[in-house]
Design a protein around this ligand. Structure first.
Ligand code: SF4
Length: 386
């Protein structure tokens, strides 16, 4: 297929595809899917070999957010029955992080709900970073605390944070449809601040919110333009109690095409399969590893993932290996300017599309069973999943 030969050649040269080529990946048929995965896999192996980076989410503060991101179970007015708690103490967060690191994670993503941190919150996170790094010298820490004010990125960098996550989520032209309490420009500003302070920029997207193929291509081109070192690709988890609860339109095939498009546009960047991996890729998750080089281990912010051991088994069975703490994530030409990439997304993935059909009650029930609210780990008395 000429398209895939062209995209592979460009990916191996780190050359940007055209928008038309990126759109054409999303328009490929199911008959072409394995060829698409194989082509993206060649690019993935060129820059990342068969390594899979494991990242571990610690939700420092859960729920009760004043922002109205429509995909998020922690949003203003959310009726989702998620765990709600205020800031974990540094030692509690360090305990949760230790479980993820013992499970094989290389990066810990410290996430807090909210519009953005106060200066006091930055102090809390600095204490938490110290508590984690005192016990695990080589761990990478990514903070995800919302919109940053002046000098907060510099303070996080000084405290030992390696990266900062703030997702663009969707295209500039549709951002106003998913959130009204802040703007796309606010998000770009925070990613720019983080980058400017020497933090590795982690910024990604959520697919499945009703966006068009053009929106997906727009946001991925914008992420490349912003210089993201890591791009988490979330697939909307349609939480009951949120405005997007009925948006179930992603298929495993669609998710793989989206991942492949991201890989071709961002060939040498850490592409992470983030929230919604189990919910939407389901038994096709191992094919996703041929495209992405990074996943979250265990649970997400407000929902449960598959057992951590199942993540490890899947990686081994698919012929991949877990990236060690002493291995560089990014290719050398990128790692001179960054320490790695990734992070949690304050929010979660989900799905949608303009199908207009109401799923049968049975189908709806079985879909909802795919979404398991997190009841263990950080903020609970139960052991974390790692
Ligand atoms: S995504 Fe972040 S800012 Fe938006 S509602 Fe959720 S926790 Fe709040």
């Amino acid at each position: 297929m000429d398209l895939l030969d062209t995209l592979t050649a460009k990916g191996l040269r780190r050359e940007l595809p055209t928008r038309e080529e990126a759109l054409a990946v999303l328009a490929t048929t199911d008959d072409e899917l394995l060829d698409v995965v194989a082509a993206a896999g060649r690019v993935r192996r060129q820059w990342f070999g068969r390594r899979v980076k494991l990242n571990y989410l610690v939700n420092l503060k859960s729920g009760l957010c004043p922002e109205d991101c429509s995909y998020c179970s922690q949003r203003l007015g959310s009726k989702a029955e998620i765990l709600k708690y205020t800031w974990l103490k540094p030692e509690q967060a360090a305990e949760a992080a230790a479980a993820g690191l013992a499970g094989g994670a290389k990066r810990v993503c410290l996430v807090a709900s909210g519009r953005g941190p106060t200066d006091r919150d930055i102090d809390r996170v600095a204490d938490t970073i110290s508590a984690i790094k005192d016990a695990h010298e080589n761990v990478e820490i990514c903070a995800c605390l919302g919109l940053l004010s002046d000098n907060q990125a510099e303070r996080l960098r000084a405290a030992g944070a390696d990266a900062y996550n703030h997702n663009l989520n969707t295209s500039e032209s549709t951002y106003g449809d998913i959130a009204t309490t802040h703007t796309y420009a606010d998000r770009v500003d925070t990613v720019t601040k983080a980058h400017g302070a020497g933090l590795s920029a982690c910024s990604g997207l959520i697919a499945g919110m009703g966006e068009s193929d053009e929106d997906l291509v727009d946001v991925v081109f914008a992420l490349r333009e912003l210089g993201s070192d890591s791009v988490p690709v979330n697939f909307l988890i349609p939480f009951e109690g949120t405005p997007l609860a009925k948006e179930w339109n992603l298929t495993p095939q669609r998710c793989l095409r989206i991942l492949a498009m991201v890989r071709f546009v961002c060939p040498d960047v850490e592409v992470r399969i983030a929230g919604g991996r189990e919910v939407h890729l389901r038994s096709m998750q191992p094919l996703g590893l041929h495209i992405a080089n990074s996943i979250f281990l265990g649970d997400y912010l407000t929902s449960e993932g598959q057992a951590g051991q199942a993540d490890l088994d899947m990686i081994k069975d698919a012929g991949f290996e877990i990236e060690g703490a002493d291995e560089m994530t990014l290719p050398r030409h990128r790692s001179d300017v960054a320490t790695g990439g990734s992070g949690g997304s304050c929010g979660s993935g989900g799905g949608c599309g303009p199908c207009g059909e109401t799923p049968a009650a049975e189908e709806e029930e079985s879909r909802n069973e795919l979404v398991r609210v997190r009841r263990r780990g950080a903020g609970t008395e139960l052991a974390p999943n790692a």
